[in-house]
Design a protein around this ligand. Structure first.
Ligand code: FES
Ligand code: FES
Length: 175
């Protein structure tokens, strides 16, 4: 049966769509968003960058972490309209052309990528940490990554990768 109420609500929401400008990885994108569109949906479905993952979509797993004006945020809990005119960094922005960032290289060296679903979010949280604290302590690494869940690695390889990217001599955890 036709749900008139739902259709009416949908039409009302669509009528409130607005144009927002997002500076994603240094490039401006103009996208039309509904009031409830999340930032992760805007990045993946409107901008077309699918490196950022949508997993729990309830603020639990950290897979959707991006940097908003330099600070890590959960893109599944952030509305796209809140980001109008703001700077967003995603995992696609970490490499320079074919050259991976030191952190990405360290993740590979340490075997910190298994299924890879947590990796974009981990990389963004760790990138923010290393900018703020170029030589982080173990406690600072743990704190920075506490909102990013990984079902595969047991975390040791990820922590080792962050330490390696910070310039520590770290034996590979996964050989
Ligand atoms: S998808 Fe955003 S926290 Fe899990
Ligand atoms: S590598 Fe699979 S969830 Fe982290």
């Amino acid at each position: 049966m036709l749900d008139v109420t739902k259709n009416a609500v949908g039409a009302k929401l669509r009528s409130k769509s607005q144009l927002v400008q997002l500076a994603v990885n240094g490039e401006w994108h103009e996208v039309v968003v509904t009031p409830r569109l999340t930032l992760v949906e805007a990045i993946r479905d409107k901008v077309g960058l699918t490196g950022t993952k949508a997993s729990c979509e309830s603020g639990t797993c950290g897979a959707c972490t991006v940097l908003l004006d330099g600070r890590p945020v959960l893109a599944c809990l952030t509305l796209a309209v809140e980001c109008d005119g703001r700077r967003i960094e995603t995992v696609e922005g970490l490499a320079s052309g074919e050259n991976l960032s030191a952190l990405q290289e360290a993740f590979l060296d340490q075997g910190a990528v298994q299924c890879g679903f947590c990796t974009p979010g981990m990389l963004m949280s760790a990138t923010a940490l290393l900018r703020a604290h170029p030589r982080p302590t173990r406690a600072q690494i743990s704190k920075a990554l506490e909102g990013n869940l990984c079902r595969c690695t047991g975390y040791n390889a990820i922590v080792a990768a962050v330490r390696q990217a910070a310039g520590e001599a770290v034996e590979p955890v996964m050989k």
